[in-house]
Structures are given as structure tokens and as C-alpha cells.
Write a protein that binds this ligand. Structure first.
Ligand code: PLP
Length: 320
């Protein structure tokens, strides 16, 4: 309860949002909240909507639950935010869960408030459909933009599961720590899964998690600024390369350049960069069919390594 209260207090401090500690479930990593949501809501005959391109676990876990995994596309020309009408066109009486992710992996796109409002209104006709808002990059925004948590939308609260955790904000990926904010109507079922599967997060990690939330926070801002500088550098360098155009990521630590002008598939580009340049990028198609024509570059790496990688990519593009 001490840590759950710490998470609730964090929401008040960072976002001015009221969260009931009873609605918080601490789990071993952000992925666990998403798995629990899909295990609780997905089964044969039901549908789960997920973003394409999106974090690959969404589709994989939705399918594992027995539900039909239904993609909705994110569009580059909209900065990779979702369009409510794309989602609502796919919602029906069998839809049990819609997954949203902002800022997004792999695109760096973020939700647009007006689209969230349209979605919330549209969902009023579908009382059995929940929303999983993956907000794991909530503290990694650029250009002075701040996070729009779906918890701000009162109309969604009763159907909303928010996923966040320590992996990105506090660079504690290896600690395996995450939290979910659940509707009170679902927290009992989610807690039952936790008790059946892992009992609880180990006690030393819980102490570390509380220390991260309540200790000095200056490193969070230092890292956010470092990521923003890397984002600026990558964005400018990629856009100067012939055949490549890159949208400007609004958050998270990924660039998702459009490489369709190179005349190769995303997978070919990925493989050639890896094999010829020793540069690791991920084909957009690893994040769904709509990722064809894109690759994902992570800038969770040193400025020096990023510059070296971009030098190699630039040389390769010029030789093509
Ligand atoms: N959600 C998104 C969008 C991610 O990109 C990741 C990790 O890359 C996760 C969730 C999972 O985070 P965790 O390492 O805490 O399980």
C-alpha cells in the first residue's frame, strides 16, 4: 500500500490528477499490465483493437488471449496520432478492448485531444468496451508539450486501464517494475491474476520503486533534454539524406523515418544496415503491416554512437 499510495501521489504531483491508491496495481514491468488487460478481456469471439504500427506485444498478446486482434492504422501525415473515426469504424458489440499508446513506440507520435474526445463520445454506445492507454513514455515529451493522460477524460475513467512504470522515466527497465491504474470494477480481477501468477513484486524492488518516485527528480529532466537533443540531431541528419524523410517525434525515444524513397523494403534496409554497417535498426513491418516503408531507430544510446551510426547510414545511402 505504501508504494501504491506513492504512485497515486505521483499522479497528483506530476499531472494534477486524482488517483485512488486502491486502483493501483504494481506489477513486474509495463508488459504485465497489458497482458493482464488482455487475459481479462480477450477470449474467442471477442475483438481487441491495436495500433499499426505499434508495440508488437499488443497483437501477439491479443491473439494469445483467443480474441481476434484487429489493427487500426496510424498515419504519418497526422504525426502518427490516432484518428477516432478509424477506431470507431472498427468497434462493434464484440470489441472488448482498444489499445492506445502515446507517446508511441515505434513512431514517437502522440494523441490529439480532440480525437480522444471524439473517441470517448463514440464509445458511449459500447459500454462493454474498455480502453488500455499505454502511457509508459508519459515523461518523455519534447518541445514543451506535456502529457495528455487519458485519466483526464472523466467520461473514460470507468472503462480505462492506464499502463505506466519505471522502465523509461527512471531508466529502470531491468528492475522489471510497472503499474496499472485500473477501474475499481476491475481491480479485484486484476489483483487475482497477480496473486495467482507472481504474488507481488519483490520487496527490495518495491523500496527502489518508491525511492525513484519520491527521491530527487532532476535526472528525469536531464535525460528528457538529452533525448530531445538526440531527437533534433537524428531528425535533421535523416532529413538531409536522399530518399529518406523523417517525421519529427513528439515524444519517446524513437525516430521512424520513411525510407520508401530508397527503393528497398523495410526488411532489406534493416538487414543491409545490420550486415554491412553494424547498425541495428528495426524494420517498420516488425510493428505491423502499416510499417512497410519505415524503419525504427532508437535514440536510447549515446550521442557518439548515434553520430557514428548516422555517418555510416549516410555513406551507405550515397553509395546506393
Ligand atoms: N509499452 C511500450 C509502448 C513499450 O515500448 C514498452 C517497452 O519497450 C513497454 C510497454 C514495456 O515496458 P516494460 O519494460 O516496463 O515491460
Amino acid at each position: 500500500m505504501e508504494l501504491r499510495s506513492g504512485v497515486a501521489a505521483y499522479y497528483e504531483r506530476c499531472f494534477g490528477l486524482d488517483v485512488d491508491p486502491e486502483s493501483v496495481l504494481v506489477v513486474p514491468g509495463g508488459k504485465v499490465t497489458m497482458a493482464f488487460a488482455m487475459l481479462l478481456l480477450g477470449e474467442s469471439g471477442r475483438e481487441i483493437l491495436y495500433p499499426d504500427p505499434g508495440f508488437p506485444i499488443y497483437r501477439s498478446m491479443a491473439g494469445y488471449s483467443g480474441a481476434r486482434a484487429v489493427p487500426y492504422a496510424l498515419h504519418e501525415e497526422m504525426g502518427f496520432s490516432f484518428k477516432a473515426e478509424d477506431i470507431l469504424a472498427r468497434v462493434n458489440d464484440n470489441t472488448r478492448l482498444i489499445i492506445l499508446n502515446s507517446p508511441g513506440n515505434p513512431t514517437g507520435g502522440s494523441n490529439v485531444e480532440a480525437e480522444v474526445e471524439v473517441l470517448a463520445r463514440g464509445l458511449e454506445s459500447f459500454p462493454n468496451c474498455a480502453v488500455l492507454s499505454d502511457e509508459i513514455y508519459s515523461r518523455l515529451y519534447f518541445d514543451g508539450e506535456s502529457h495528455l493522460s487519458l485519466l483526464q477524460f472523466e467520461a473514460l475513467r470507468e472503462r480505462l486501464i492506464v499502463l505506466d512504470g519505471w522502465s523509461k522515466t527512471y531508466a529502470m527497465t531491468g528492475w522489471r517494475l510497472g503499474w496499472g491504474i485500473w477501474p475499481i470494477s476491475m481491480i479485484g480481477a486484476a489483483t487475482k491474476l497477480a496473486i495467482n501468477i507472481h504474488s507481488c513484486v519483490n520487496a527490495p524492488a518495491q523500496a527502489a520503486a518508491l525511492a525513484a518516485l519520491e527521491g530527487p527528480q532532476d535526472d528525469v529532466e536531464t535525460m528528457r533534454m538529452a533525448f530531445q537533443a538526440r531527437r533534433d540531431f537524428i531528425h535533421a541528419r535523416l532529413n538531409a539524406m536522399p530518399g529518406i524523410t523523417a517525421a519529427r517525434p513528439k515524444g519517446a525515444f524513437y525516430a521512424f523515418p520513411n525510407i520508401s524513397g530508397l527503393g528497398l523494403s523495410a526488411e532489406q534496409v534493416q538487414d543491409q544496415w545490420l550486415e554491412e554497417l553494424n547498425v541495428a535498426a528495426i524494420a517498420g513491418t516488425s510493428f505491423g503491416a502499416a510499417g512497410e516503408g519505415y524503419v525504427r531507430l532508437s535514440f536510447a544510446n549515446s550521442a557518439g554512437n548515434i553520430e557514428e551510426a548516422l555517418d555510416r547510414i549516410e555513406g551507405w545511402v550515397k553509395r546506393l
